[in-house]
Design a binder for this molecule. Structure first.
Ligand SMILES: Cc1cc2nc3c(=O)[nH]c(=O)nc-3n(C[C@H](O)[C@H](O)[C@H](O)COP(=O)(O)OP(=O)(O)OC[C@H]3O[C@@H](n4cnc5c(N)ncnc54)[C@H](O)[C@@H]3O)c2cc1C
Ligand code: SF4
Ligand code: SF4
Length: 1006
């Protein structure tokens, strides 16, 4: 019974567009103006040939960079066909692209029309759970597909580490795979049928075609490109059968060259079939553009277990790999001591490295699953006996719970981010990072590899998919210097010789691209190289599809040293900065930290990057912003571009400063900080607009609003007042403005007596009267005082504090922010010296003290005030103050307690400090569902700005959907802006701050 679940009409996401002004999109088309015009007249999707778009698509996750002619974002198969036809007419190369997370430069193409299939062509067309098949458009992100498949206990088996942003089309282009290739093999095994646009614009459907059958005869009777392709493929495979047998390595993974060894085979009925799908897989977009794919699926194991064996010698760990494969593991992964050292030294991953003994030189991690092992403990016992009791492993770490296994996988997957976040130059670069040899030969291969690196005066870490013979080895080089580039080429030459000696593959995972294509003749020999070229000429007679990848022409050889992102000529300006960039190695190094991995395109978890999630537009990713920033500091754009109005509007203003990237970007690109600095420099040169000044001075404006309340509140409700606000100040007429309170929080506090005598208090705390709490939403502040005093904290509000400077900082008024920081630190330092803490109701202000102040000021005082600054829930949770409160929960039974869904603040998430409210609320008797949500979209003033209103609402809707998907009765959020945004969901009712709910629990007690 094939229960097809047809989801054709359901978009995973409907992008509202990026808020980019159309005039800017039409600029700078130069030599491509005619091509752009022709494309615009025939394509319904977006056509972008402006300079920024060229820069945005000039890189991928690799070491390469080359500007394309422009970008088309097609809406349909017909759009793709039109692009191919028109580009053909203009003789312009074409490059299909998904997330652009490739590591070998195959998603970069000089002078190409990039066809970005990730934005609109992202539908899951159908799922057939019984037949274990799914049909999808190429732009579907693999994790999104897997999330849908999990409802049926199914998954798409290849699992690249980049699956949270990598598209199925890109996975097909690269023949992607991941840690479980030992069990499942790679993408070609799961690609059954494809719809492909060929080089002449025709559309074909690939599937198993029986040689000599009716279908075969019908196709070959035609005089078209498809018929030519079938004829040539069949002949090339037949004529080169011996060479294919001899030259293709016998490995679980080989993604070098074309899959001539897999395209013709015998089916289950013993018939010889041609399935061109297998040839398009791994072709890196050089043979056609996939517009629909039917994939076969596997069942997801119910349970798994991990065993990690620690060795004191890398060679011993390598020698154990072939034995590990005897135990039917679903993954066999390696990590070496460099990975552990980096993890231990990092704030983020240290906890995951804790179980690994310090003298571990290398560890092998084996996964067992319930599909093959009825008794997982018995499976682990057997390997432990073999490797530990009777073998060389001196320690074993076993993990059975989901949490323990997740932690070990996090440690394993941390390797690349940890290596890439090494500061400055030289850096570990990918260019022979996925060479693969038979697992039995790994020990000897690694020994010789180390010698090669030694001979070239460098070193590397060793990790990854040992069970399949693939090790990720990234030599540490300086590619901004000629000798670094020479060394890279020499290492690549030596390593490919070494791999050839082992009859391995130059690429077992990441593909040929610009890095490895030049070595394919070495791997496959002259006969198969000629066959590859004939194959390419047949599919793509003018060599317009992603030229120079997989195969090249003699007159246009691919050279791994060309089109480097950096290179010896690269230089960048280092402006005098108002913020301290010493930790990042400087302003330009902080931009260059972006390696293009594309994690900021993830859509399913974490905070980064909300503007991409809402637009699905590359310009709205952290990567996009970093790429254009890099172009501006390195002379690729005119000298003063950084300070141009266009740069502010299109690149900086759309970053909402949520700080998501600071924590979620694997290398820690901190765009919020870069934006504040660059905006500041812009203001210094060009001045600032009235609205910017108003928002930067929001505290003063709020003070006036409060003093004039209720009149000030009535004024904003008068007919026409909002329209006037939009016309004069650019404040969105549709956005409800905050209501000021006549009695400020400070007034209320001053008028009362402290409930806790300072002499008898357990703690002293200054409660910071932030702008929102003080003038607009004092209830949260009052609740904070009630809860703190219930915990025997003596609370004070010094009357000489000023606003935190958060608003000024976000708008790039750094002198004003520094002034506020200096003032507040001076006021607070004496309290902190007496052992008091500084407590905040508003998370963004807390984070200002905890993080940004240190970039604005030097000295002991700012560090100690920052170290003693807390969000209110954080303060109570860290010091376990609520233990002294006898919460009388509504009921001891969790089932009867009020349920809350918690949306944490993105600024606090960036510092991993957002979780405290959850523990506190639970202890106060609530059931809490913490959301893995991003930013709410308000981001201080952003949501009030007329030109950003729609984008703000789109980001907000993502949060609304998450809230609605929760079963909880009501929502809580500590951020004042988040509560304003969430109020729109319920027609105006603002949700409470978590501390208000904690205060409610106190009330119940009384
Ligand atoms: C940190 C990191 C970890 C990674 N880990 C892995 C890993 O574990 N395993 C692995 O295999 N890879 C890995 N990669 C590489 C890469 O992410 C994957 O290969 C991924 O599947 C590529 O998907 P994409 O959407 O980014 O494709 P893109 O990079 O956009 O494109 C990949 C190739 O496919 C072609 N292409 C794209 N769409 C189409 C289409 N519709 N039709 C025809 N050709 C098309 C492109 O021209 C290009 O040649 C990693 C990358 C990074 C940065
Ligand atoms: S900004 Fe960070 S996450 Fe995004 S591509 Fe660059 S390095 Fe990767
Ligand atoms: S600060 Fe937020 S919006 Fe800006 S780039 Fe980083 S994640 Fe994206």
């Amino acid at each position: 019974m094939a229960a097809d679940e047809d989801t054709t009409d359901e978009r995973i996401f409907e992008p509202p567009g990026p808020n980019r002004s159309s005039d800017a999109l039409d600029e700078d088309e130069g030599e491509y103006a005619e091509l752009a015009d022709d494309l615009r007249s025939d394509v319904a999707g977006d056509v972008r040939f402006d300079e920024y778009s060229q820069i945005l698509y000039a890189t991928d996750g690799s070491i390469y960079q080359a500007r394309p002619a422009g970008v088309v974002v097609p809406r349909s198969v017909e759009d793709v066909r039109a692009v191919v036809r028109i580009a053909n007419e203009h003789g312009t190369p074409i490059l299909p692209r998904g997330a652009g997370s490739s590591l070998a430069g195959q998603a970069v193409g000089p002078g190409c029309v990039v066809v970005d299939l990730s934005t609109y062509m992202d539908r899951i067309v159908s799922i057939d759970p019984d037949g274990k098949r799914a049909t999808v458009q190429p732009g579907v992100v693999q994790d999104d597909l897997d999330a849908r498949l999990s409802e049926h206990g199914l998954k798409f088996a290849p699992d690249p580490a980049s699956s949270n942003r990598a598209t199925i089309g890109g996975g097909i282009g690269n023949n992607s795979t991941g840690a479980h290739s030992v069990r499942y093999g790679i993408t070609d095994a799961y690609t059954e049928e494809l719809d492909v646009v060929l080089a002449d614009g025709s559309l074909i459907h690939t599937r198993e075609v029986v040689v000599g059958g009716d279908e075969w005869d019908a196709i070959l009777a035609r005089d078209d490109l498809e018929a030519d392709i079938y004829r040539t493929v069949r002949r090339l495979v037949e004529d080169n059968a011996d060479e294919i047998e001899a030259r293709y390595p016998d490995l679980k993974r080989n993604v070098s060259g074309y899959n001539l060894d897999r395209v013709v085979f015998e089916n289950e009925r013993g018939e010889t079939v041609v399935n061109l799908s297998k040839l398009f897989v791994g072709a890196e977009g050089t043979l056609g553009i996939v517009v629909k794919a039917t994939l076969s699926l596997v069942t997801t194991p119910d349970t798994t277990a991990l065993a990690l064996y620690c060795f004191d010698d890398l060679g011993d760990a390598m020698a154990a790999v072939p034995e590990a494969l005897e135990f039917d593991a679903s993954a066999v992964e390696l990590m070496d001591d460099e990975v552990f050292r980096l993890a231990r030294d990092s704030g983020e991953f240290a906890e995951y490295a804790a179980p690994i003994p310090p003298d571990t030189a290398a560890a092998l991690m084996l996964e067992f699953d319930s599909e093959r092992h009825a008794d997982l403990e018995a499976a682990v016992e057997a390997t432990t006996r073999h490797f530990h009791d009777d073998g060389d492993a001196f320690e074993v770490v076993e993990a059975y719970t989901d949490e323990d296994q997740r932690d070990l996988w996090k440690l394993r997957k941390a390797a690349i981010p940890l290596l890439m976040s090494l500061e400055g130059d030289p850096k570990p670069y990918p260019f022979i990072e996925d060479a693969t040899v038979p697992p039995a030969e790994l020990a000897e291969y690694v020994r010789r590899f180390e010698e090669i690196l030694d001979e070239h005066g460098t070193s590397a870490a060793y990790f990854a998919h040992a069970g399949s013979g693939t090790l990720h080895i990234r030599p540490i080089l300086n590619l901004k210097a000629d000798d670094g580039i020479r060394t890279m080429r020499a290492i690549a030459d030596d390593v490919t010789d070494l791999v050839a000696d082992h009859h391995g593959s130059f690429s077992g995972e990441h593909g040929d691209g610009l890095a490895r294509t030049e070595f394919n003749p070495k791997m496959y020999g002259p006969q198969l190289w000629d066959a590859f070229r004939e194959l390419k000429s047949t599919f793509d007679p003018d060599w317009l599809l992603n030229p120079g990848k997989v195969v090249f022409r003699d007159d246009e050889p691919t050279d791994m040293r060309e089109h480097l992102r950096y290179g010896a000529e690269y230089s960048s300006i280092e402006p005098n900065t108002a913020l301290d960039f010493a930790d990042e190695g400087g302003y330009s190094q902080s931009i260059e930290l972006c390696n293009g991995c594309g994690t900021c395109r993830q859509t399913g978890s974490d905070t980064m990057c909300p503007t991409y999630r809402a637009t699905k537009d590359e310009v709205a990713t952290t990567r996009g912003r970093a790429n254009v920033l890099r172009a501006a500091i390195s002379g690729e754009l005119p000298a003063d571009e950084l300070y141009s109005e266009r740069f502010q509007r299109e690149i900086l203003d759309l970053c909402i400063g949520c700080k998501g990237c600071k924590n979620d970007c694997p290398t820690g690109v901190d765009l919020a900080k870069l934006k504040a600095e660059t905006k500041h420099q812009y203001h210094q040169r060009e001045g600032a607009a009235l609205r910017e000044k108003l928002f930067a001075n929001i505290d003063r404006a709020a003070e006036v609003g409060s003093a004039l309340a209720p009149l000030s509140n009535v004024a904003t409700k008068l007919p026409g007042s909002r329209a006037l606000g939009e016309r004069v100040l650019g404040i969105a007429a549709d956005r409800k403005l905050p209501t000021f309170t006549r009695e400020t929080f400070e007034d209320w506090f001053d008028a009362r007596d402290s409930a806790v005598d300072p002499a008898a208090a357990d703690h002293g705390a200054v409660l910071f009267p932030d702008t929102y709490t003080n003038y607009m939403y004092p209830d949260a502040g009052k609740a904070a005082v009630r809860v703190l005093e219930a915990a025997n904290v003596h609370v004070e509000l010094p009357d000489d504090l000023r606003e935190s400077g958060r608003a000024a900082y976000s708008m790039g008024f750094l002198d004003r922010a520094r002034d506020r920081a200096e003032h507040n630190v001076n006021v607070l330092a004496p309290y902190v010296e007496r052992g008091w803490s500084v407590v905040f109701v508003e998370p963004s202000d807390a984070v200002m003290f905890q993080d940004e102040y240190a970039d604005l000021l030097d000295g002991e005082a700012v560090s100690s005030v920052g170290a003693n600054a807390y969000g209110v829930s954080e303060f109570i949770d860290v010091h376990r103050l609520d233990e002294s409160i006898d919460f009388d929960a509504p009921s001891a039974s969790a089932s009867e307690s009020e349920s809350l869904v918690y949306h944490g603040h993105c600024n606090q998430k960036a510092l991993n400090r957002d979780h405290h409210a959850v523990g506190l609320l639970r202890r106060a008797g609530y059931t809490v569902d913490p959301l893995d949500s991003g930013c709410c979209g308000m981001a201080g003033s952003f949501g009030y700005e007329a030109e950003h209103y729609d984008l703000s609402k789109s980001i907000g809707r993502i949060l609304f959907d998450q809230v609605e998907a929760s079963d909880a009765e009501s929502v809580v959020a500590p951020g004042a802006s988040c509560r304003s945004q969430l109020a729109d969901r319920t027609g105006g009712t603002r949700p409470p701050h978590p501390v208000e709910k904690v205060a409610d629990a106190l009330e119940r007690e009384r």
